[in-house]
Write a new protein. Structure first.
Length: 172
């Protein structure tokens, strides 16, 4: 799976939230942007969901239905062969289930292009997710290489959005 880069607006929103959390008016812009990017990616890994919608491309093996990795899927835009040629309608099928999982079945090895993410922008994310990112950025900024554990509140804020895959997902 290869997702497009985090949107600059999401990084800027996370930096602003972290600045407010730390009551930090100016300075350290580059460091805060790197920490914000890391905090968002850690949150996405913890929850199993992309926070801000972005484009994803994923390889699909030929044959049976395959669940797409990034969640929640918003739209499946394309299914192409490995050279980038769109597959005919009878050579593939797509679906998005009620839990936001995308499914693709292709007659040949293919690539699926799709968009995934909980919200269209940083501002539309649920407050607990943005607050968790701000707390993690503040922790990383203040601890700077120390051995302190992140605040437990970060996991508590993100836990309701956590999606875990315990095995291979199959679809009839």
């Amino acid at each position: 799976m290869s997702a497009s880069a985090l949107p600059a607006a999401a990084i800027a929103g996370a930096v602003a939230a972290a600045r407010a959390q730390m009551r930090l008016a100016v300075g350290e812009d580059a460091l805060l942007a790197r920490l914000a990017g890391s905090a968002i990616l850690v949150g996405e890994a913890f929850t199993g969901c992309l926070f801000v919608a972005r484009d994803v491309e994923e390889r699909i093996a030929a044959g049976e239905w395959r669940a797409l990795v990034a969640l929640p899927v918003r739209a499946i835009a394309s299914v192409t062969d490995m050279e980038g040629v769109a597959l005919a309608a009878e050579a593939h099928a797509v679906d998005i289930d009620g839990e936001g999982r995308g499914w693709v079945r292709a007659a040949v090895a293919a690539r699926a292009g799709y968009s995934a993410g909980l919200a269209e922008s940083w501002e539309l994310l649920p407050a607990p997710l943005t607050q968790g990112v701000a707390l993690l950025v503040a922790h990383l900024f203040e601890d700077r290489g120390g051995a302190a554990q992140p605040p437990a509140a970060v996991a508590a804020l993100w836990r309701p959005w956590r999606r875990m895959r315990l095995g291979l997902e199959a679809r009839p």
